[in-house]
Write a protein that binds this ligand. Structure first.
Ligand code: BTN
Length: 250
């Protein structure tokens, strides 16, 4: 993947900028970075706290030649790349809360927002937006129990550039492996080695009937495998959310 990185002082959202550039025909591998976001986007319509110079706000534009049904797995590929890069850089125990939150010591230090665009039902582009909390010491009240930064968790200030370089180079490697099979069959084991939910009891917040079960791994399509007294259930990312029994991950 040839990467061209575009850096901005301030953007409303690197995902919004990436979409704009995608529509102008920018190629696979384009990377957008901003020092701050004024309207950082989180999942489920939430905002992403994006104070100036505190975190990494980055989006990778991809034009994968694959059926749209497989694209959601890119978000797990990105989570793996971020987990690996942060592990190498901080030498800390980093985990992934399925499907794509990066956790250190029960605090979410990174979120990933993947968005896809189709033309006539065919893949046009995918953007993978990655937000890493690096230097933050405070968070808004509603995030206080959940969010952390590399600084709050490791008591060290890391250089954002080194982490960005690490994420991009890991992502490139994992993307190539994923692309060959167009599933997670070759990445499942390493993903599970980071999975905070593994062999833990989880609450699946299914909007119809929430239920409890033990998470035992992921499928090669990236679903979470949850064993319940009623049998095995496969949970698709995006449809439901998974929580620990006593809080965000535990
Ligand atoms: C989440 O809610 O967990 C996902 C958060 C994703 C935030 C990143 S920051 C860079 C990119 N641009 C955005 O507007 N959002 C993503």
């Amino acid at each position: 993947m040839t990467k061209k990185i575009y850096k901005f002082q301030s953007l409303d959202s690197t995902n919004a900028k990436a979409k704009e550039l995608a529509q102008l025909g920018y190629p696979h591998g384009t990377v957008i970075l901003a020092k701050e976001q004024t309207k950082g986007r989180g999942r489920s319509g939430r905002t992403w706290d994006s104070q100036k110079d505190s975190g990494i706000y980055m989006t990778i534009l991809l034009r994968p030649q694959m059926v749209p049904d497989h694209a959601h797995m890119l978000t797990l590929v990105a989570a793996l790349a971020v987990a690996e890069a942060i592990t190498v850089h901080t030498q800390t125990h980093v985990q992934i809360k399925w499907p794509n939150d990066i956790v250190i010591g029960n605090r979410k230090v990174c979120g990933i927002l993947t968005e896809m665009s189709l033309v006539d039902g065919k893949m046009d582009y995918v953007i993978v937006g990655i937000g890493v909390n690096v230097h933050q010491t405070t968070f808004p009240d509603e995030l206080k129990e959940i969010a952390g930064s590399l600084y709050s968790q490791c008591h060290q200030h890391f250089r954002r550039k080194d982490i960005v370089d690490g994420i991009l180079s890991q992502f490139e490697q994992y993307y190539a492996i994923f692309f060959k099979t167009q599933d997670l069959s070759k990445l499942k084991d390493v993903y599970e080695s980071y999975l905070v939910n593994l062999q833990k009891e989880v609450r699946v917040l299914d909007p119809k009937v929430p239920f409890l079960g033990i998470a035992t791994g992921i499928t090669q399509n990236g679903e979470l495998i949850v064993d319940t007294p009623q049998g095995r259930k496969l949970i698709s990312a995006g449809e439901v959310s998974v929580r620990g029994l006593y809080g965000y991950v535990e």
